[in-house]
Design a protein around this ligand. Structure first.
Ligand SMILES: Nc1ncnc2c1ncn2[C@@H]1O[C@H](COP(=O)(O)OP(=O)(O)OP(=O)(O)O)[C@@H](O)[C@H]1O
Ligand SMILES: [Mg+2]
Length: 356
């Protein structure tokens, strides 16, 4: 049975270093939540506290209605997969997968049935008598996954489980993990610093920076409504232009972009006179010949600094005064702009927000 997980004001100090700060997070039963953040932001530490390998300095962790901070790791009923999928080298695949059941003194017949089911789930049934060094990296990773789920854990933790795999295998494993999670309706906390992985796999993503949960949201919300400059730049590609709010009109901000260009953007709690960063995604910007009629609120004149034709889209960098603006234009057979072309870039107010 899947269960809920709740982190309540979780803190972790290592000596004078505050590594996890005030984590408050509720994960629904059956939900797939990803911790996404740069190296050193505290992802693994947070996971270790859930698993029981590290003790929180403060706060509480609940699995369902039960506090687990004083429960030893092996009694928490949590499955785990780590980046270096350390299988036991002297045990066969079947013995590796059976290990968690053996530790729990599960009867032989039941063990056999559960091992078979777990191996079938990861499509490795035919490999049960091999040893780990006779398997590819991706196969080993699937065995590690089978071992983590064989005892029907109420929660599955995965710390960069795809890190060691090449791109094709990663893609494949991504889909496998998503399939198995749905099939077993498992609650999952997954750790990665790969935003694409996070966006594809997760019900919700918890963005972590310097030990803090910066924003917890589904992929769509995170991408279109990032809470601040850090999230905007960490998830997807963004333009972040320095700006100042000159006037507020019905919730919309009239802004000055850079030193001089007027613009309009949605506000995110700023007041008149505040400075911030005007956020707009490259695919929300149009590029047109200088002086073409545009009536969208934000128009800057500039010169094409680079143009990269990528087939389905062209990626332009346009220099407008002091700012370089990245534009991604979907290609539908239209004319391309060469380096040095005078152009205008424009975007709707609704596609831009002032962030702090
Ligand atoms: N046992 C420890 N003693 C002291 N400091 C530690 C210990 N473990 C981790 N740290 C520090 O805590 C911070 C967070 O580490 P953590 O391993 O949680 O980061 P992470 O987000 O998992 O990074 P990565 O993406 O590189 O795996 C880092 O600054 C790290 O150096
Ligand atoms: Mg880590």
């Amino acid at each position: 049975m899947s269960t809920s997980l709740e982190m309540k004001k979780i803190q972790k100090w290592y000596g004078g270093l505050h590594v996890v700060r005030d984590f408050d997070l509720y994960v629904d039963p059956g939900e797939f939540v990803t911790f996404l953040g740069p190296s050193g932001s505290g992802k693994t530490t947070a996971l270790k506290m859930i698993a029981g390998f590290e003790q929180p300095t403060g706060g509480d962790i609940m699995l369902g209605s039960r506090s687990i901070v004083d429960v030893p790791p092996y009694e928490r009923g949590i499955g785990m997969v780590f980046q270096n999928y350390a299988l036991f080298p002297h045990m066969t695949v079947a013995e590796n997968v059976a290990f968690p059941l053996k530790v729990r003194s599960v009867a032989k017949a039941e063990t056999e049935q559960k091992v078979r089911r777990a191996l079938d789930l990861v499509k490795m049934g035919e490999y049960r008598d091999r040893f780990p060094n006779q398997l590819s990296g991706g196969q080993q990773q699937r065995i590690a996954l089978a071992r983590a789920i064989v005892f029907d854990p109420s929660l599955l933790l995965m710390d960069e489980p795809l890190g060691a795999l090449d791109r094709n295998l990663r893609e494949h494993m991504k889909i496998e993990i998503m399939r198995i999670q749905k099939e077993l309706n498992m609650t999952v906390v997954f750790v990665t610093h790969d935003q694409d992985e996070a966006l594809v796999m997760s019900d919700r993503i918890a963005v972590i920076n310097e030990g803090r949960l910066v924003q917890v949201a589904d992929s769509n919300n995170l991408y279109y409504n990032p809470k601040n400059r850090f999230v905007a730049s960490f998830v997807g590609e963004s333009n972040l232009l320095p700006c100042r709010v000159d006037q507020i009109d019905n919730g919309a901000g009239k802004v000055t972009i850079g030193d001089r260009e007027p613009g309009v953007a949605r506000l995110n709690g700023q007041s008149r006179g505040d400075s911030g960063w005007l956020f707009v995604r490259p695919e929300h910007i149009d590029i047109s010949p200088r002086g073409a009629n545009t009536d969208v609120g934000n128009v800057l004149n500039g010169v094409v600094e680079s143009a990269l034709f990528l087939g389905e889209l062209t990626r332009y960098v346009v220099r407008c005064g002091n700012e370089s603006i990245t534009v991604k234009q979907q290609n539908r057979g239209q004319a391309q702009f060469a380096n040095g072309s005078p152009v205008s870039v424009s975007w709707n107010m609704g596609n831009s927000t002032v962030l702090n």
